[in-house]
Design a protein around this ligand. Structure first.
Ligand code: SAM
Length: 376
């Protein structure tokens, strides 16, 4: 079966893989940031939702760099591949490296060698404005990874393919929280919002509706609405509701936004199917120590389960920066309590955590991404 080779952002390889799996189903892990998926009718549409995907290659090839491997051999393999797979018309070879690259494999030499071998009258090299791009990715070990990964050091590999003509990397230009008409320091970054939304997808059940009961300035609502997903947002604070509406309007998209305490969202939205609950709950040191202020989060869990007991839930919870160094089995602090105490409280409210991994927000701030499916 034909497939696609996907290159992920170096920001968080583990979440890149989780995101692609949530969006498209089973994945073959070639290395932490390089995946292979079968090409189906909906693959490209689904991939267009991904936040951590950098590149999509079709008709791809791969070359494991073992002790017998050499740059000349690699260039020859790519040239042989190009004879079969490169359409007629001008082309360019663009090589880049992931991590620290692979010793003895130089980007510019590969570009030149493959270009020279493949170039012909019907396929001339055009570095400025090529009709086709052969993208070559030299993938070596990561250079001081930002986030811990459960896959150890990867074996070096080179992959290549044609840049897929119908896939374009999402540009967040003009979407930064500070560029929106209504801004507050709580605003969620658009890429993080998009990531939470796509992690809540499930291959087996489409997300029809995104519900955010703590919409704030609308970080999640904007990204869901831009993807054409029905979006139901609410917040206790009417200024936030007005601000979210103003922000949505500035992107020319619509969502239903209401003033509502999280404990009452079931009366507001009723029972539904195909819902993803995506939110970052209110937080602050004081809110965890008093215990009582954990209530909005727990109320969100219970209300979400009442609205759609078969839905999914994706959230970002406060954690300590030490969580970034912890191993998955360490009992890290999340929302001011050990995870081993919090997890049963989530399960009690009808949700089973299926993914939990910390992300660095900035040098001294971390959040725990938690994705839940129904507990029963
Ligand atoms: C961390 S902020 C969400 C930020 C948002 N994701 C954004 O991009 O701007 C949490 C929000 O929860 C709201 N909130 C606090 N308590 C609430 C409650 N009991 N019910 C509903 N909303 C509440 C606050 O007004 C605040 O806007």
């Amino acid at each position: 079966m034909q497939g696609l080779t996907l290159i992920g952002s170096g920001l968080h390889p583990l979440l890149f893989r989780a995101e692609i799996q949530a969006l498209t189903g089973p994945i073959e892990i070639i290395n932490p940031r390089v995946l292979y998926i079968p090409l189906t009718e909906s693959s490209l549409e689904r991939l267009s939702r991904a936040a951590l995907l950098d590149e999509v290659l079709s008709d791809s090839g791969r070359y494991w760099v073992n002790p017998q491997a050499s740059q000349e051999d690699l260039s020859q393999k790519i040239a042989d591949w190009a004879q079969k797979n490169l359409p007629e018309g001008s082309f360019a070879v663009r090589t880049r490296r992931l991590g620290v690259g692979i010793p003895g494999f130089s980007r510019s030499t590969i570009d030149k060698e493959v270009g020279a071998q493949v170039s012909s009258k019907s396929r001339p090299v055009d570095l400025e404005n090529p009709e086709n791009i052969i993208s070559v990715v030299i993938s070596g070990p990561e250079d001081g990874p930002i986030h811990r990964d459960d896959i150890g050091q990867n074996s070096p590999i080179v992959v290549w393919g044609l840049n897929h003509p119908y896939w374009k990397r999402e540009s967040y230009s003009g979407r930064a929280p500070t560029e929106r008409p209504f801004f507050q320091p709580i605003s969620l970054d658009p890429r993080q919002a998009r990531l939470l939304i796509s992690l809540a997808h499930r291959r087996t059940s489409e997300t029809n509706t995104v519900i955010d009961p703590f919409c704030g300035t609308g970080g999640i609502a904007i990204e869901a609405a831009l993807q054409g997903i029905e979006t139901l947002a609410s917040d206790l604070d009417s200024r936030m509701v007005e601000g979210t509406l103003e922000n949505l309007a500035s992107f020319g998209v619509e969502a239903t936004v209401e003033v509502c305490d999280v404990s009452r969202i079931h009366s507001l939205w009723g029972s539904r199917k195909g819902c993803s609950f995506v939110f970052d709950p209110p937080y602050g040191r004081s809110s965890w120590t008093s215990g009582k202020d954990m209530d909005p989060f727990f109320e969100a869990l219970s209300a979400a389960h009442r609205i759609d007991s078969e839905g999914t839930l994706s959230t970002m919870l406060p954690t300590t920066p030490e969580a970034l160094q912890a191993t998955p089995s360490d009992d890290v602090e999340v929302m001011g309590m050990p995870w081993s105490e919090l997890e049963p409280m989530i399960i009690e409210r009808g949700w089973k955590p299926v993914l939990r991994t910390p992300v660095r927000v900035h040098s001294s701030l971390a959040r725990m991404v938690v994705v839940c499916h129904p507990a029963d």
